[in-house]
Design a protein around this ligand. Structure first.
Ligand SMILES: NC(=O)c1ccc[n+]([C@@H]2O[C@H](COP(=O)([O-])OP(=O)(O)OC[C@H]3O[C@@H](n4cnc5c(N)ncnc54)[C@H](O)[C@@H]3O)[C@@H](O)[C@H]2O)c1
Length: 318
């Protein structure tokens, strides 16, 4: 970001796993940060000191209008969403409401309030569906196979339909992992595997574990948000690593880290998760000047160590 330009940034979903770390990075870069979150999944303890917080639901347009007319942000960074692929199959209407209608509300309010730039956290893991080419470039056809992926893609499309001069950046993340992810919210396979093993249980793998994912560290994702916030940056960018890792391989690395020999429980493949997802990140390298910097083995080791330490702290205090 232009180091001389201090922005007023309104961050939806800022109490979430990724949003809270983006909020912290913005503050550290000297920006003013306003968080809008309904705390349905977010946690107050994740919020860094120094942000101004509004507890609000993005489905409530009047409330958004009220917040925007008090704050007049220059940038909106939109991370609020419901994020569970499995839950989206059980409650598709809810996902459409929050992820699509909520995004339309944020977009309309931002346009009316004279916001300069909108950054949207999309999902490179969920919108492409089963890809014909790996790694997947941004111009590949998008055929999501879950209501979650459909709602994220539909929201993206609405961003390009608006009138006016709102600079728009869509960041399509791979599987984001790292410190702060909450296994109890049933998202993030690394957190779930670690947590389950620490509780002496057998983690579940749907299928034979050969399905591949592009695991990108949350600090790399934060850096992509900083790059996307620079004046003049627009467009769609995959944010991953360009490398696929099988779930079984990731599982075995975690088990080795935890020094356990438990085998996962293999269940039948489910039809709302793709077999292979690896993102081509060349465009982000060239146009954002961004690249993933955290090697997977280091990011994984750090993440597992933090989960272990939180686990033992929790039980020591009981
Ligand atoms: N974690 C990943 O691997 C991943 C991958 C691709 C894209 N994304 C996208 O990144 C964003 C953040 O994901 P995350 O993993 O940090 O999830 P998260 O659940 O930790 O964060 C989402 C935040 O949005 C808030 N929220 C949900 N519904 C809301 C509503 N109606 N009004 C206001 N706030 C609401 C939640 O309370 C939470 O704080 C989401 O848009 C998600 O689709 C995440």
């Amino acid at each position: 970001m232009d180091s001389h330009r201090i922005e007023k940034i309104l961050l939806t979903g800022g109490a979430g796993f990724i949003g809270s770390q983006v909020a912290r990075a913005y503050l550290q870069a000297g920006h003013e940060v306003i968080v809008v979150d309904d705390f349905s999944q977010g946690k107050r303890e994740r919020l860094p000191a120094g942000v101004r917080v509004y507890k609000a639901n993005i489905c409530d347009q009047d409330r958004l209008d009220d917040i925007f007319s008090r704050e007049y942000p220059s940038i909106v960074n939109h991370h609020a969403a419901l994020v569970s692929v499995r839950e989206s199959c059980e409650q598709p209407e809810l996902y459409w409401q929050v992820n699509l209608q909520g995004t339309v509300n944020v977009l309309e309010t931002a346009s009316t309030a004279g916001v300069r730039k909108l950054i949207y956290a999309s999902s490179g893991g969920a919108i492409y569906g089963e890809a014909e080419v790996l790694p997947i470039p941004e111009n590949a056809s998008a055929n999501p196979i879950s209501p979650y992926g459909e709602s994220k893609l539909a929201a993206e499309k609405m961003l390009w339909r608006r009138d006016g001069n709102l600079e728009t950046v869509v960041l399509r993340y791979g599987n984001v992992y790292g410190p702060g992810q909450d296994a109890l919210q049933n998202n993030g396979v690394i957190a779930i595997f670690s947590h389950t093993l620490l509780h002496g249980k057998q983690p579940l793998i749907f299928g034979d574990g050969s399905q591949t994912r592009d695991f990108v560290h949350v600090r790399d994702v934060v850096d992509a948000n900083l790059a996307a916030s620079k004046p003049g940056v627009e467009g769609i960018y995959n944010i991953g690593t360009g490398k696929g890792r099988s779930l079984l391989d990731v599982y075995l690395k975690i088990a080795r880290n935890l020094k356990v020999a438990t085998l996962p429980l293999f269940l039948p493949h489910n039809n709302f998760e793709v077999e292979h997802n690896v993102l081509d990140v060349q465009r982000a390298r060239e146009r954002l000047g961004w690249k993933p910097c955290i090697p997977f083995h280091m990011g994984l080791w750090e993440t597992v160590q933090i989960i272990v330490s939180n686990h033992y702290q929790k039980y020591a205090s009981v």
